[in-house]
Ligand binder design. Structure first.
Ligand SMILES: *Cc1c(COP(=O)(O)O)cnc(C)c1O
Length: 420
């Protein structure tokens, strides 16, 4: 069982890699550990600890409450950078706040309130659980019908199914641009057009897309979006999420959590809620400043690299993983659980194996390969292009082959851990 791709060929890809220099701008504590889970929690940028120390000591320690003069609109300033370099949006259309789940609740609530004559919400039955639960809650509270589209867990949502479900009663469609499990990538422009023709709105979740694949919210006619900053954007555990509302829609939408950070002349402390017309009307409360500060140096790296180059390398990493998996892992019982072509995926790929969970644990414990497991039987591999080497993908697939072939994983417990 040998692949046509030798380790020397992977070394050549590393030597020719235009982004190779970015790896040293991240903390790589153990160079032997192969980290293929940047799609769950991106690595720590080397500049982040000093930046946070500065914000803590100078901003909080010395400046105290006076520092809020400079901090108050940091979420909007970071939002403008994200809009320009990552999301293809215009200034004043993106802001960082809250979490992805909470932003999803706010924007879905706003969109549903603005479509009182329509009673149906469409979601992908295979979407990330928080999206399904948030929409289930909203639909229940408002007496709406929640329709779950049966998509292919490996191949993604069939747009013919979406087209036939888009009748005149649909108010809102919630979809992930890149599926969290299979990595399936949707055609944003086509989905937006289908929904527009049916008079429905689309709320996009860009959590597994932002910083991994090119996104052009303006050109594709997108209206609403949310997403994480701690995956491919490397903002750190629980860093604030982003939300996007197309400029033309902002004044006409009102989100359901009426907090003082959305209020006109906030510090006048007026008697009644009267939100600002712009993107900040979708804010609620005091931002988690330290987590927000960590997004700043992380975003600088993505800006410097550029999403086009990140995507180009992501496709190459995907092709390498595919070829090695076909040659080495398929004979051991693995099967691809993602679209066949890397262009139809985000930056991660999933593989089915009946013992995926035990193999995943063994890889981390005995083989220094961190990837992740997703129920019911998938191993998910996410080589984040900013810091992952081609030789790491080669070595990781080689170690997966060895761990699976020698079957030491069979001594492990099949019980799931608290976090997988
Ligand atoms: C990671 C992820 C989230 C995370 O939501 P939190 O509110 O940050 O816990 C939401 N949606 C999708 C599609 C994700 O992949």
């Amino acid at each position: 069982m040998t692949s046509g791709i030798t380790r020397a060929a992977a070394e050549e890809l590393d030597a020719a890699d235009a982004l190779a220099g970015f790896r040293e701008r991240f903390v790589v504590d153990d160079p032997e550990l192969i980290y293929l889970d940047g799609n769950s929690l991106g690595r720590l940028p080397a500049a982040t600890p000093d930046r946070l120390r500065e914000v803590i000591e100078d901003g909080w320690g010395a400046g105290l409450v006076r520092s809020w003069q400079g901090w108050i609109d940091w979420g909007a300033r970071l939002g403008d950078r994200l809009a320009a370099h990552v999301l293809g949006a215009r200034p004043g259309e993106v802001v960082l706040s809250d979490s992805t789940s909470v932003n999803l609740y706010k924007l879905a609530g706003a969109a549903l309130d603005a479509a009182p004559g329509r009673g149906t919400v469409l979601i992908d039955a295979e979407d990330f659980p928080t999206n399904r639960y948030v929409l289930q809650g909203l639909a229940g509270q408002r007496g709406l019908r929640l329709r779950r589209l049966a998509s292919d867990p490996d191949g993604g949502l069939d747009l013919d199914l979406l087209r036939s479900a888009l009748d005149g009663d649909v108010a809102l469609v919630v979809l992930s641009l890149v599926s969290y499990r299979s990595g399936a990538l949707l055609d944003m422009a086509e989905v937006n057009e289908l929904a527009r023709a049916a008079g429905a709105r689309v709320l996009w979740d860009l959590s597994h897309a932002a910083g991994a694949v090119p996104v052009d919210l303006t050109a594709t006619g997108a209206e609403l979006a949310v997403g994480c900053t701690y995956k491919y954007l490397n903002g750190g555990p629980g860093s604030p999420a982003f939300l996007y509302v197309r400029r033309e829609l902002q004044a006409g939408l009102r989100q359901p959590v009426w907090g003082w950070f959305g209020q006109r002349e906030q510090f006048r402390m007026g008697p009644d809620y009267d939100p600002v017309p712009g993107i900040e009307r979708f804010l609620v409360s005091t931002p988690p400043l330290l987590s927000l500060a960590a997004v700043d140096p992380a975003l600088t790296l993505v800006e410097e690299a550029g999403v086009a180059r990140i995507r180009a390398k992501g496709l190459q990493l995907g092709r390498l993983a595919d070829e090695l998996a076909d040659a080495w892992l398929r004979p051991l019982g693995f099967r691809r659980a993602s679209p066949r072509e890397p262009q139809r995926r985000g930056c991660h790929v999933s593989m089915y194996h009946p013992d995926a969970w035990r193999i995943c644990q063994t890889l981390a414990a005995d083989a220094k390969v961190v990837c992740d497991y997703r129920v019911p039987d998938r191993l998910r591999i996410g080589p984040s292009p900013l810091y992952t080497r081609f030789t790491e993908v080669w070595d990781a697939l080689d170690r997966i082959r060895a761990v699976t072939a020698d079957r030491t994983y069979t001594s492990r417990s099949a019980d799931l851990a608290r976090v997988t």
